[in-house]
Design a protein. Structure first.
Length: 59
């Protein structure tokens, strides 16, 4: 499967609690932290929910 490199580029401070929890669930704790996840519909949905805070690259 394809993989996605997800980077938190904007702070979740001041955002709705659901958006902050989504960032933590993806494994993004600090600003500019990066994780590599498998590309599946669940991860894509989480990315869509907070796309304004992220940068995503396909690996």
């Amino acid at each position: 499967m394809a993989q996605l490199k997800i980077t938190l580029t904007k702070s979740p401070i001041g955002r709705k609690p659901e958006q902050r929890k989504t960032a933590v669930a993806l494994g993004l704790g600090k600003l500019h932290s990066t994780v590599v996840k498998e590309d599946n519909p669940a991860i894509r949905g989480m990315i869509t929910a907070i796309s304004h805070l992220l940068t995503v690259e396909e690996i």
